[in-house]
Design a protein around this ligand. Structure first.
Ligand code: 99T
Length: 207
């Protein structure tokens, strides 16, 4: 039984990032999972304690304080293990990797936003231009990863690479017809490899 509590849902790519970090850094047994099912329209009272925005993941520490969001939790966990750091601690490489990690989060944000627009919003209020704009963000980001970041991604499974892998996993889950593999064959090959890691297999979302 872990001393920390992670508010968790198996389908959230942001939660998955944290779970992959726990696997990769050997910290799984420090955390108990508390299942929550939230959307912008339905929150969870316990989750809101210390986390007024009410999103997952949130991590309640042993002293009762709560960390959010996923970036903060991942960085916190990265400072708690003795293995290779999952982000360079200093220098220009730190900012480059953090920016790549942020790009991965932004792909997830656009995908989650599309999911809410196409699933949560009443059918007569759905807005195709909104969906197309989110898809454009994702397409541009993936093209940029293919053109500029493949070598960087392949250089190690750190927080940036974990983020990109979770973003792609979520895109496959919610928009299986997106067709990114044809447009980004290098990224597809990289993803096929990292998807075989035990941390990715153990956290794969099942709809
Ligand atoms: O928006 C809400 O109120 C509830 N949504 C969430 O909690 C989503 C779950 S992914 N989490 C975030 O958007 C976290 C974003 C934050 N910046 C972070 O942690 O990095 C749900 C996906 C799905 O149901 O398909």
């Amino acid at each position: 039984m872990g001393t920390m509590t992670l508010f968790h849902s198996p389908l959230s790519p942001f939660v998955r990032k944290v779970m992959v970090v726990l696997h990769e850094t050997g910290q799984l047994d420090r955390v108990s999972l508390q299942a929550v099912n939230v959307s912008p329209l339905s929150g969870d009272e316990q989750l809101n304690q210390g986390n007024p925005i009410g999103k997952i993941p949130a991590l309640r520490l042993a002293d009762g304080s709560v960390l959010h969001d996923s970036r903060v939790i991942c960085e916190y966990l990265d400072l708690q293990h003795v293995g290779e750091p999952l982000l360079p601690r200093e220098g220009s490489a730190r900012w480059r990797r953090m920016t790549l990690a942020s790009q991965a989060d932004a792909i997830m944000d656009a995908s989650v936003s599309s999911r809410y627009e196409s699933f949560l919003r009443p059918e007569d209020k759905r807005w195709d231009d909104w969906l197309e704009a989110q898809a454009g963000k994702i397409r541009r980001s993936l093209a940029n990863l293919e053109q500029e970041h493949l070598a960087e991604l392949a250089s190690g499974f750190d927080l940036a690479a974990i983020g990109v892998a979770c973003a792609l996993g979520y895109l496959d889950l919610r928009q299986p017809g997106f067709g990114w593999r044809e447009r980004q064959p290098g990224l597809a090959a990289w993803y096929a490899e990292v998807a075989k890691r035990p941390s990715m297999i153990a956290t794969a979302p099942v709809a």
